[in-house]
Write a protein that binds this ligand. Structure first.
Ligand code: CA
Length: 232
């Protein structure tokens, strides 16, 4: 079996000492770089299946690394970000990063994010129904949504928002990505639309809307549809 190759670009020794054994102890091969220059060289020479990218690198901004990788590769890039880098995180996602992990993170979270990122990118065609556990079933091919085997009626905008999340296949979607996809150019900046419509989706599709298990808020960033069976 081919073990996916993961490139870590991170200057913090302690974090690399956690990441390398955690990943190579699983089904992954691991390459490591401590600078942007070294990281880009390894990315070009090895074409990794996934890149874990720190934004705060000593020689160049991690954002430059992302931009450069995106000129020739669509492979998943997961940002490693400090809690106070909210704006950078969103910028990175809007510029083509697939997801992010906020430091500090544990092994379970890391492995779950990597699993999600390694699934195919945006799914243009979702032909099989998506089942999220708790009896939530979304069938994009038939435009049919059901909870506990009862069909749930959604408005056109609710459905479009749900569809945008489903197509991300468990990855985070930023506010501006969702606004553009669901409301078009007129939606720009209207984050409150999202709050309102997300509340509607939760009310209709979560067993307990006050403790959502599927429609997950990523504070200051966006939303994701949690597709993993055993919570997050
Ligand atoms: Ca750093």
């Amino acid at each position: 079996m081919n073990r996916p190759l993961i490139l870590i670009i991170e200057d913090e020794d302690s974090l690399r000492r956690f990441l390398v054994p955690t990943l190579s102890g699983r089904q992954y091969q691991v390459l490591c770089a401590a600078t942007a220059t070294e990281g880009l060289a390894l990315a070009r020479s090895h074409n990794p299946d996934l890149v874990l990218l720190d934004l705060g690198l000593p020689d160049r901004d991690g954002m430059d690394v992302l931009r450069e990788i995106r000129t020739w590769s669509r492979k998943p890039v997961v940002i490693l970000s400090a809690r106070n880098q909210e704006r950078d995180k969103v910028r990175a996602l809007d510029q083509g990063a697939d997801d992010y992990l906020a430091k500090p993170f544990g092994a379970a979270e890391l492995l779950a994010r990597i699993r999600v990122a390694l699934r195919h990118n945006l799914q243009a065609e979702v032909t099989e129904p998506v089942v999220c556990g708790d009896g939530l079933r979304i069938d994009l091919a038939r435009r049919e949504v059901s909870l506990l085997e009862r069909i749930v009626k959604l408005t056109a905008l609710e459905y479009r928002l749900l569809e945008a999340l489903v197509r991300r296949n468990g990855k985070v979607a930023t506010h501006s990505q969702l606004l553009a996809e669901v409301w078009g150019p007129g939606g720009e900046g209207n984050t409150h639309y999202l709050r309102i419509y997300m509340a509607m989706l939760r009310k209709k599709l979560e067993a307990d809307p006050t403790r959502p298990r599927h429609f997950i808020t990523e504070p200051n960033v966006g939303y994701r549809l949690n597709l993993e069976e055993s919570g997050n």
